[in-house]
Write a protein that binds this ligand. Structure first.
Ligand SMILES: NC(=O)c1ccc[n+]([C@@H]2O[C@H](COP(=O)([O-])OP(=O)(O)OC[C@H]3O[C@@H](n4cnc5c(N)ncnc54)[C@H](O)[C@@H]3O)[C@@H](O)[C@H]2O)c1
Length: 436
């Protein structure tokens, strides 16, 4: 890690705006390098090659550790896409059990909509495969519990795909937190805002999508069946039958980062969530603004999500000695001394003679100390986006080979997802929920 002067930093692209906003010291964090293979390449298959599955496949193709040998998807166009990315030599199928039956495949990367996560993950574990399962790990708390049981009862593991826990920015934030940089953990604020059709998941419908090119019956899973619905296929995040709304799509990332930095690895004790469908009245049944208050033991965690107004994504951790703030490309530590810097406001109520005496005495006692460090100086670390899939995938493939624990295991993923389900359940039921 190199320290750069403020002047030289301002010539670097990443984080320039922040550098101009945050006085103090600035550092640049290096991107993590893919580790060298520790043996022969891991043979994996992709199950679900849509928006995220294709990104994962592209990322995996740049890693030395792994080789894609097969891909599965219910929509045939994604067989084409998978071969375009991973090569014409891979096999493709609509039936994930064919992947699980193939003994040459060691692990699977599961990037299907949320309502399919549990079944494919449990079946894959049962077939002796390690699983990279996209976030939110589960579609309900009961699904998450079943996934935890499937791991604890077997020899294979799950890595959950909220990749920012593997980002250099969050790793830095965690090390600062663990060193006690902000003192006692008191409160957490998390926020994220979007304001565009894409940000509200109004994704385009594939022109050739039809019951001939897609196995629509299977895609619906255990959800009550309905006729072919290209909007549900393309924008499933908007519907609680298949997705988990902003909580499972966005909040889960913020909570995963919070859990990772603070070491809180638990389901919240209490959750209360409010919001509504205010901006995107397009038939969706999940809120487009949602504010949630969680209580984790003694720590309140407040989360504001919106698809109606664009705002930065921020993880702000408040402690007795200052603030640790993680944004898309930076970590900022703002220490606070926690002491009065002038005679107390309360002496305004003192008569003049007493006021003057108090003030004189106060300055005699405190000014020598303040002269040594006049200001609390913030420090900022700038780095690659926290959304980089590569280190998280590399960690998974390394663990498949070495059997060392993954960065984001099934318990961690279950806790983060369960909090999201509590938030959604609270929103729909209109009341505070407590962990049972
Ligand atoms: N980690 C991240 O930053 C990130 C980003 C985007 C999406 N995701 C997650 O990735 C998952 C997929 O999201 P997406 O945007 O790629 O969705 P998508 O709809 O674009 O792709 C999902 C694909 O899964 C296929 N599929 C569904 N059920 C299947 C089954 N039973 N067998 C085989 N294939 C099946 C669909 O046909 C589709 O092609 C979701 O859980 C989402 O929350 C994570």
């Amino acid at each position: 890690m190199a320290q750069v002067s403020r002047r030289s930093f301002l010539q670097v692209g990443t984080g320039t705006a922040l550098a101009s906003l945050v006085p103090g010291r600035h550092f640049v964090l290096a991107a993590q390098q893919a580790t060298a293979p520790t043996g022969e390449q891991v043979r994996f298959a992709s199950i679900g090659v849509g928006i995220q599955g294709s990104s994962l496949l592209r990322a995996a193709g740049t890693l030395p550790q792994a080789q894609c040998v097969a891909a599965c998807d219910l929509y045939d166009g994604r067989h084409t896409l998978a071969r375009e990315i991973a090569g014409q030599g891979i096999s493709t199928t609509r039936h994930y059990h064919e992947i699980l039956d193939d003994k040459n495949i060691e692990c699977v990367v599961v990037a299907v909509p949320d309502h399919w996560h549990k079944q494919i993950t449990v079946d894959a574990l049962g077939a002796g495969k390690d699983v990279y399962c996209e976030k939110p790990m589960s579609h309900s708390i009961a699904d998450g519990e079943a996934m935890v049981r499937a791991v604890t009862g077997g020899k294979n593991f799950v890595q959950v795909g909220s990749q920012r826990v593997s980002s250099p920015l969050f790793i830095k934030a965690k090390s600062l937190f663990d060193e006690g940089a902000i003192g006692d953990l008191l409160q957490v604020e998390l926020m994220l805002g979007r304001n565009s059709p894409g940000g509200a998941w109004q994704y385009p419908v594939l022109p050739d999508l039809s019951p001939a090119t897609l196995d629509w019956e299977t895609w619906q899973g255990n959800v009550p069946k309905k006729g072919f619905d290209p909007i549900a296929f393309s924008r499933w995040r908007c519907f609680h039958e298949y997705g988990t709304g902003m909580a499972g799509d966005l909040m889960v990332h913020l909570l995963s980062g919070m859990q990772y930095v603070t070491g809180i690895n638990a389901i919240p004790d209490r959750a209360y969530s409010i919001g509504g469908i205010r901006r995107w009245k397009d038939g969706r049944n999940m809120p487009d603004i949602q504010t949630t208050a969680f209580m984790y033991g003694y720590v309140p965690v407040l989360i504001r999500l919106t698809q109606g107004t664009e705002t930065p994504e921020v993880t702000r951790i408040l402690g007795s000695k200052g603030i640790l703030e993680v944004t898309n490309n930076s970590v900022i530590l703002s220490p606070q001394s926690g002491v009065d810097r002038s005679p107390d406001y309360g002496i305004n109520g003192f008569p003049e003679v007493l006021h003057a005496a108090y003030e004189k005495q106060w300055h005699r006692e405190h000014d020598p100390e303040f002269a040594k460090h006049m200001l609390d100086e913030a420090t900022a670390w700038h780095g690659p986006s926290w959304d980089d899939l590569h280190p998280h995938l590399a960690n998974f493939f390394d663990s498949v080979r070495t059997r060392k624990p993954v960065a984001e295991d099934v318990i961690f993923g279950h806790h983060a997802a369960a909090a999201c389900h509590m938030a959604n359940n609270s929103y729909f039921e209109g009341k505070e929920l407590r962990r049972t």
